[in-house]
Design a protein around this ligand. Sequence first.
Ligand code: HEM
Length: 363
Amino acid sequence: MFRAFSDFLSARFPVEKMNFNAMVAKKEVPVHKMSWAYYLGGLSLFFLIVQVVTGLMLLFYYEPTVSDAHASVEFITKHVSGGALIRNMHSWSASAMIFCVMAHMLTAFAMKAFERPRELIWVTGVIMLLLTFTFGFTGYLLPWNQIAVNATKVGLQSIEEIGTFLPQSLSTLPRLIRETIQGEASVGQATLSRFYALHVVVLPLLMFAVLALHLFSIQLHGMSKGVDSEVRKTEKFFPDFMIKDLTLWGVVFLVLFIVALCLPFESFFSYPLSEPYNPLGSTPEGIKPEWYFYFLYYPLEMLPFWVVFLVTNAAVLVLLLAPWIFRGTSRRTLRVLAVVITAYLVLMTVFGEQIYYIVKGGQ
Ligand code: HEM
């Protein structure tokens, strides 16, 4: 077994390729009809860098206490020079990052970029996808407004509900997990401290460790072929592709800057996010998570909890094991699957609310 494991590792990390010539000078990018997809990983990286830089700037003023969190966010927005711009950039870029990471995953899937010996590039990618969503979930609570606290309560409550579907011996485990994340009987200071520690320390450290492995493996194995047909043309990664990559980053930065300057992120919410959390206040009508959780939220509203729970867990497992499950599947089939998944995500994200009312109206 040890032998099999060491063979597995040596095929994924070939020592003979660990040199400047193989990893940098000779790196080539195939040119074909799906070459545009090779920019999506770089764009995800760009938005991650924006998140780190703007997040660090916000840290100079943000106070992670239930008494001051909301006021400190308001102070950043109204009184710190450039504060509203940085906050908006952090929010817009978070959404853009989730969009890019999802698009990057779907195109990598359609191009079968996880083929042996590239499985670890894929698996580290799935871990980063989960980390990205956890960044979104933990960051949402930090402004400590009425919507955020109530939405977090609902989210944490659903973890506990899992217990009712588990065998007796395991049924208390979800409650334990919820209490550990929550830190006290109800969402309060301990919860805020934990979400803050996760959002600004634990998740970034994990992300950088996994990202290092992701990028190192890509440099070792190069870009995937991407298409079934013979690749006739390639271009050098350094400097040709990288110059195009960086040009795109420049354009995207300009767009992000202008959008953040002109459009407050919160202007798209149908309810005000500005009210501080009031423990005695009622749960606001129609609270919803951020748009990137709609693909889970609307099914949860329409279907029994256990169905969504089972399907979600199965989907994460299939994603993690995709390089082995789809080893013999053709790129054509993978492309069809990627289109079906994209259609589902777009449908739930854009029309989830309408579908919900149609289903509820019919009952
Ligand atoms: C924060 C999240 C992520 C960052 C920063 C990131 C970054 C990158 C970068 C810079 C590349 C090289 C350029 C490219 O091929 O696009 C890449 C390639 C790749 N990534 Fe990611 N990635 C992320 C998430 C993911 C996810 C969620 C998956 C899939 C589950 C994934 C799977 C891959 C694969 C398979 C490749 C090789 C592509 C090829 O050779 O055709 N990545 N990633």
